[in-house]
Design a binder for this molecule. Structure first.
Ligand code: AMP
Length: 268
């Protein structure tokens, strides 16, 4: 496994290879990330994992400062999974790269866009830089961050990039809670609570075969579990990202809520 810190170097390496799988991450790797890496290993000749905590996508300074950093552990995980290259750039390396990607998709003012002002501008900007630096064949992203994945797909299409986005399923622990690097900031009873939120949504989703979706109804159920703050709970059509009332195979319930000061998202 090679660790590369310079954009120029990884650009040259990837220029000369074919069938490259790229897994962008912000580190503090868990089984969710590992599933993306394993899939990339399966479907590509070479796998590149980037670890870069992008300051531009944090709308709150404190959130950026407290974001978990586990670089030693991350590198050990990558090595174990036989990753070929880890791209570990600093802010300058990423942002001083002269990217050819200039078109950015319009972002609907819904869910994360509504509640985290500027977040997706930062995400799209860093992905434009990374996709321009790394000549990948496939880029692996998680459905856990569905709105993000949806926008990166649009970014790829709009700029006619040669890479294909592979949608990867959300990995959960036994109690139903989705894995997230932010879970490191939570106590074990709080992870239990996360599991209860996921289970409550799953149960409610089953009832929607007979009922129309009612945001206030499900919010009340979640508050009753001991959650103090919910940004949104919506039934969303996956191909248009619009709010709907009737469930179908192409809809999920999307939620953002807080446990203490830790903001969590999921879609089920
Ligand atoms: P992050 O390090 O949080 O920026 O995530 C890097 C990638 O891992 C993104 O494409 C995420 O959607 C994906 N990811 C995060 N959590 C999970 C999970 N529990 N299951 C599958 N993929 C995930």
């Amino acid at each position: 496994m090679k660790i590369i810190k310079k954009s120029n170097t990884i650009n040259k390496i990837t220029h000369n290879l074919d069938n490259i799988g790229f897994v962008p991450t912000m580190g503090a790797l868990h089984e969710g990330h590992c599933s993306l890496i394993k899939l990339s290993k399966k479907k590509s000749k070479k796998t590149i994992v980037s670890i870069f905590v992008n300051p531009k996508q944090f709308n709150k300074k404190k959130d950026f400062q407290t974001y978990p950093n586990k670089i030693k552990q991350d590198l050990a995980i990558c090595k174990k999974l036989k990753v070929d290259y880890v791209f570990l750039p600093n802010v300058k390396e990423v942002y001083e790269w002269n990217s050819a990607i200039s078109k950015f998709p319009k972002i609907k003012n819904i869910m994360e866009q509504k509640y985290r002002k500027g977040h997706f501008d930062g995400v799209l900007k860093v992905m434009a830089q990374l996709l321009s630096i790394i000549n990948s064949t496939k880029v692996f992203m998680g459905k856990k961050d569905y709105q993000q994945m949806y926008l990166i797909k649009k970014l790829i299409k709009l700029n006619k990039l040669k890479t294909n986005l592979i949608e990867c399923k959300t990995i959960r622990i036994k109690n139903g809670a989705a894995l997230s690097s932010r879970n490191l900031l939570l106590k074990s009873y709080e992870i239990t609570l996360m599991g209860k939120v996921a289970t409550t949504i799953k149960k409610y989703k089953k009832q929607l075969n007979k009922l129309e979706f009612n945001s206030n109804f499900i919010k009340k159920k979640i508050y009753k579990l001991g959650i103090n703050k919910i940004d949104y709970v919506e039934l969303i059509k996956l191909d248009t990202l619009s709010k709907v009332k009737k469930i179908s195979k192409k809809t999920n319930i999307f939620i953002s809520y807080y446990i203490r000061n830790v903001r969590l998202i999921d879609n089920i």
